[in-house]
Ligand binder design. Structure first.
Ligand SMILES: NC(=O)c1ccc[n+]([C@@H]2O[C@H](COP(=O)([O-])OP(=O)(O)OC[C@H]3O[C@@H](n4cnc5c(N)ncnc54)[C@H](OP(=O)(O)O)[C@@H]3O)[C@@H](O)[C@H]2O)c1
Length: 318
């Protein structure tokens, strides 16, 4: 059988890079991967990770999701414009008090995270409709389901992706095209580092002292703790995506981090919003030490589970 043609955006680092390499190394050779990035001067890390798959099951191409011409040129360069699986992974973050963010910065987030997805889908959907087959995967986020303090614009951009896909879904179903929203929790990649570094350099003179303190001394500290206790690796997320794209009937939503699922479930447990909002507010402002103790306990449990898994593997039980 011919391999499935996979196009992935944002492969210079993180989830995109891991996923491209994972699919290119598939033992059953089920995929031909077009791993794209907006800036080819950053391709070295991917080339190195791709190893012998480079220019065989993996090809690197230039694609900027904010530029229609770049998208068109990339898709036109693929034989027969055939994309069986599109993975919309490219994304940027933005954290901090909104008074300190310019509208241009906010628009850049939407232009990448939301309109980037829309541009990509507009380019490949007509061909998929003609073939009556295809799968489009969005690397969304749990923040596409539940907003988090100081992530107002980023969460809004992921909510936009979720709403867009929920609406598009019925049309694509009619054409036998699958849509999947993959919703990771925290993932330890350059994303967090870049957003954190930008935040540390930020100018918070446009907000009041209390808000600046909440952001710098509570939010940033809490985020570090959350990433180190609950964070997944990009390889973990890549494994989930592989699972999703190899299913006969892929589901519409897929959360990658079980520890995070209860957080998003609260919202559905109380549609008036009280339960989730109350819990988050109290955890951050009234029971911070309880939250940190719980995060620490989770980190310990995950570490132990990892060690047990390693042991089982060494004994050949897994
Ligand atoms: N890390 C997390 O905690 C987390 C959690 C949930 C969801 N996600 C989502 O996962 C996706 C991947 O993020 P990551 O964690 O792997 O971060 P990452 O390592 O920073 O990767 C983001 C990728 O997107 C690319 N990108 C940015 N703007 C682009 C544009 N205009 N055109 C094409 N590519 C562009 C970046 O390229 P450059 O190198 O050129 O900037 C980079 O390759 C994002 O959509 C993010 O929202 C991340």
């Amino acid at each position: 059988m011919d391999p499935l043609i996979v196009l992935i955006t944002g492969c210079s680092s993180g989830i995109g890079l891991s996923l491209a390499v994972k699919l290119a190394n598939d033992e059953q050779k089920r995929f031909k991967v077009y791993a794209t990035m907006r800036n080819l001067t950053k391709k070295e890390a991917l080339e190195e990770a791709a190893g012998t798959t480079l220019n065989h099951t993996l090809e690197i191409k230039k694609l900027d999701v904010c530029c229609e011409r770049s998208i068109k040129e990339c898709v036109e360069s693929i034989p027969g414009r055939r994309v069986d699986i599109l993975i919309n992974n490219a994304g940027v973050g933005l954290i901090g008090p909104i008074e300190c963010q310019s509208l241009e910065e906010m628009q850049r987030v939407f232009d990448t995270n939301f309109f980037g997805v829309v541009r990509m889908i507009k380019e490949v959907l007509p061909d998929m409709k003609k073939r009556r087959s295809g799968h489009i995967v969005m690397i969304s986020s749990v923040m596409g389901l539940q907003g988090i303090m100081f992530n107002d614009i980023y969460a809004a951009s992921k909510f936009a992706v979720e709403g867009f896909c929920e609406s598009l879904l019925y049309q694509t179903m009619k054409f036998n095209i699958f849509l999947t929203l993959v919703e990771p929790g925290p993932v330890v990649t350059e994303f967090e580092m870049k957003t954190h570094e930008e935040a540390m350099r930020g100018d918070y003179s446009k907000t009041d002292r209390e808000t600046a303190d909440m952001f710098m001394n509570h939010y940033l500290k809490n985020t570090r703790a959350v990433f180190s206790s609950l964070g997944q690796t990009p390889e973990d997320v890549a494994e989930h995506v592989l699972h999703v794209i190899t299913k006969k009937k892929p589901q519409f939503r897929h959360q990658t981090n079980q520890v995070y699922t209860p957080v998003t479930a609260l919202k559905h447990a109380d549609p008036r919003g009280g339960l989730a909002n109350d819990l988050f507010y109290k955890l951050v402002f009234q029971h911070a030490s309880l939250m940190h103790a719980s995060l620490h306990a989770i980190k310990l449990i995950r570490w132990k589970a990892h060690k047990v898994q390693q042991g089982a593997r060494m004994l050949g039980l897994l």
